[in-house]
Ligand binder design. Structure first.
Ligand code: PGA
Length: 249
């Protein structure tokens, strides 16, 4: 079922004490919208966050995981490790993972498979770079990213997939895609899904927008018919701003 979701991607921010503080501040906010709320702290703080938020309406999710189930992969974290502390959703394919850690469509397809096989929900990220948009190639790039990493899946796999369109040029730059640019791309993504899997699947998948979403622009972006929420970076590190975005629905 298509849901509204606002997920905070904390990236490599907040040590344990800062995590405790931000969680307390989040617990002091009130939610007035129907959006599902998620936060993605660093691996070292997931267990603490999970314990602290047990009674709250906030899901704790991971920022990444390896595609292997276990083994000699120094420094990596597996799906069963995440599941063993209660994590049920993982962000995969963030543009920073693609750009700085060489994650390709191929490795992401393997990560998606491992996650789904282990009943882990996936927030799958993708998006074009500025040069792609300038050369009017953005739709082809996004279509390729989705097809290469996801189109080997059966239709029912999409019950456990959330898509996050994040134009690279809008991440952490203060430059947001206009609500119209976001809507156009989200409609294109839904059509791409519909062409392969049919309208029922396409209409049931939540598609989030990410890239400099702030309290000031969230309402307009979330007001677009094919935008089902946001993946929030910088603004998720401030509890009031984050809840202003959650409550923008
Ligand atoms: P930003 O990051 O909100 O700081 O632009 C979004 C993201 O990377 O998910």
């Amino acid at each position: 079922m298509r849901k509204n979701i606002v997920a905070g991607n904390w990236k490599m921010n907040n040590d344990l004490a800062q995590t405790e503080t931000l969680i307390t501040e989040l617990q002091n906010q009130s939610k007035t919208s129907n959006a599902e709320v998620m936060i993605a702290p660093a691996f070292t703080n997931l267990w603490h966050a999970f314990q602290s938020l047990r009674q709250d309406d906030v899901e704790v999710v991971a920022q990444n995981m390896h595609f292997a189930e276990h083994g000699a992969y120094t420094g990596e974290v597996s799906v069963s490790m995440l599941k063993s502390i209660g994590v049920q959703t993982v962000i995969l394919g963030h543009s920073e993972r693609r750009a700085y850690f060489n994650e390709t469509d191929e490795t992401l397809a393997k990560k998606v498979d491992t996650a789904l096989l282990n009943e882990m929900r996936v927030i799958f990220c993708f998006g074009e770079e500025l040069a792609d948009r300038k050369s009017n190639n953005h739709e082809a790039v996004v279509e390729g990213q989705i097809k290469n990493a996801l189109f080997h899946l059966e239709a029912d796999a999409f019950e456990n997939i959330v898509l996050a369109y994040e134009p690279v040029w809008a991440i952490g730059t203060g430059e947001t895609a206009s609500p119209e640019q976001a809507q156009d791309m989200h409609a294109f993504i839904r059509k791409t899904l519909a062409d392969k899997y049919g309208n029922t699947v396409a209409d049931s998948v939540s598609i989030l927008y990410g890239g400099s979403v702030k309290p000031a622009n969230a309402k307009e972006i979330f007001g677009k018919p094919d935008v089902d929420g946001g993946l929030i970076g910088g603004a998720a590190l401030n509890a009031e701003d984050f809840y202003a975005i959650v409550n923008a629905f």
